[in-house]
Design a binder for this molecule. Structure first.
Ligand SMILES: C[S@@+](CC[C@H](N)C(=O)[O-])C[C@H]1O[C@@H](n2cnc3c(N)ncnc32)[C@H](O)[C@@H]1O
Length: 506
């Protein structure tokens, strides 16, 4: 069932926006849409994602034998897609020499569904900002015209539909969302006008999540009745100049949120946030500890020329990503990038870009070279030193999926000094289960995976004495002193492991 706890409100500087109809708690669903207006798998993901249910599968997907473009995970998905759109789409795709761009495939679906007609009376997107004038002046305009004409011709729609088709492409350019998997991997394109009215902030109070075709807009923070809903259109960990440049290029506005106006870095932004905390994670990092750390980082920060540093680091990162670079040369380039970021390291400004970027690449390097213990310590370091500040809400989807990745990585480690890896896996999964209710939602595919992992680890723990049971009690907040003590020890071990990352990579 669809949910909508928002209304459209006109704002002075931002045009139409969304406000909540009543008080909202963190984690609440503000808008929930079972089947958005348009949702399709993007060209780059067609080979690994089912075009109907948007499940990712490394193997086993069956390609449509007629058009050879889309794939499905089951006969049921194939049959649903055939009835709803693919019968007509397939006829066109199989005649084309190559797959049209994702936005054109989307537009073709809308034309075939008769959702785009010559003179729309009141289609759902008509009130949305289109930036047609700005697009007309941009390099993208010729492509938009060509794409609109092609979609109209291929779908054998009347020529007078071209103007509406151009309008839809302009609105999609400004208003469409990237569909992602639970771990933020992009896989598709979604155009859902009811959510598109949400304006941008670099300190957003909501986040969009996809669960297959299902789309939700969830609160990151408590929101008062009538307050504006904001989402982030971009990666908010970028520098102010990068954020403003991207927003100007793609959305034609200059962001004037508090973070941009004051050019606040990650620690100052974190100190201005007031997220609801999670009692279990207190044992991991303690809110007081991280507030004190953020205060210290703000007062000690020297003037570092981050843009210059960033451009040098980006050069090294792109060389390291080059397919011809050997794994050992890749690691040397990444360590070089850390070495030139010395001013950030010296003042422990680990949450400041480009530090998290480099660490993430180092983590991926260790993962792909199966160096799991090192991958684990780098990932823990990222969580404790970058994510806690860049994403202040414990249930922020990026933080929750990161904890889940750490938990899964622990399963690849045979044994480790100072830490019981099985119990650490269980402890983190308990945290993910509790937080995931507010980030991904009960019954989501992500939560089903978490439950499966919990089932596995509890089965192993049953053969290992009472530690598993005590941790289960701790997870339910019915904790005995013993459960609390186990959890405290585990978190202490994980913090020590995170510190190892620095010794290793610096
Ligand atoms: C997805 S639409 C949001 C709805 C839009 N305000 C409308 O009236 O249709 C994106 C556009 O809204 C405007 N916008 C969004 N966030 C803004 C902000 N923080 N400041 C100024 N304009 C903003 C920009 O024109 C942007 O291209």
């Amino acid at each position: 069932m669809d949910i909508n706890n928002s209304r459209i409100v006109k704002y002075l500087e931002q045009g139409n926006g969304l406000a909540v109809n009543h008080c909202i708690e963190e984690g609440d669903v503000i808008i929930g849409i079972g089947d958005p207006f348009l949702i399709i798998v993007e060209n780059g993901a067609l080979d690994r994602v089912c075009s109907q249910c948007l499940t990712e599968a490394a193997s086993g997907l069956k390609r449509c034998t007629a058009c050879k473009v889309v794939q499905y995970c089951s006969l049921a998905c194939q049959s649903t897609a055939w009835k709803t759109i693919h019968k007509e789409e397939c006829r066109i795709l199989k005649k084309l020499p190559q797959i049209p761009p994702t936005a054109v495939r989307g537009l073709m679906q809308l034309l075939l569904r008769k959702a785009v007609v010559a003179s729309p009376t009141a289609p759902p997107w008509v009130r949305l900002e289109s930036h047609t004038t700005e697009l007309q002046r941009s390099k993208r305009w010729d492509d938009i015209i060509l794409q609109a004409k092609a979609a109209v011709e291929w779908t054998a729609s009347p020529r007078e539909y071209i103007e509406s088709a151009v309008n839809v492409l302009c609105r999609m350019a400004t208003n469409a969302f990237r569909v992602t998997l639970a771990d933020s991997t992009p896989i598709g394109l979604c155009f859902e006008p009811s959510v598109s009215f949400a304006n941008h902030s670099c300190m957003p109070n909501t986040a969009i999540m996809f669960d297959g075709r299902h789309m939700t807009l969830r609160a990151l923070d408590p929101i008062k009745e009538g307050e504006q809903i904001s989402i982030s259109y971009i990666d908010v960990t970028q520098t102010r100049d990068e954020r403003r440049r991207e927003l100007k290029d793609r959305y034609f506005f200059t962001c004037c949120c508090d973070k941009c106006e004051r050019d606040d870095g990650p620690y100052r932004t974190f100190l201005k946030s007031t997220p609801v905390q999670d009692s279990r994670l207190e044992l991991f990092h303690g809110q007081n500890n991280i507030v004190q750390t953020a205060q210290a980082r703000c007062s000690e920060s020297p003037a570092i020329n981050v843009p210059t540093l960033l451009s040098d680091v980006n050069g090294l990162l792109s060389r390291s990503r080059d397919a011809s670079t050997s794994p050992s040369a890749q690691l040397s380039l990444l360590k070089e990038a850390l070495a030139i970021s010395k001013p950030l390291n010296q003042y422990k400004l680990f949450a400041q870009t480009p530090y998290p970027l480099i660490l993430n690449e180092i983590y991926l390097h260790y993962l792909t070279t199966s160096t799991y213990a090192k991958a684990l310590s780098v990932l823990l370091f990222i969580y404790l030193n970058c994510d806690l500040y860049n994403y202040p809400q414990p249930h922020h989807p990026i933080r929750v999926t990161r904890l889940f990745s750490i938990a899964k990585l622990l399963k690849s480690i045979n044994g480790m000094q100072n830490i019981d890896v099985v119990s650490a896996n269980q402890t983190l999964l308990i945290c993910v289960r509790n937080l995931g209710v507010k980030s991904h939602g009960v019954g989501s595919r992500f939560m089903c995976q978490v439950e499966e992992e919990i089932g596995d680890v509890e089965a192993v723990q049953r053969t290992r004495g009472d530690v598993g049971l005590r941790l289960v009690e701790w997870g339910k907040e019915e904790s005995t002193e013993a459960g609390m003590e186990y959890a405290r020890k585990i978190f202490e071990g994980l913090r020590i492991l995170a510190e190892d990352a620095l010794i290793d990579v610096l």
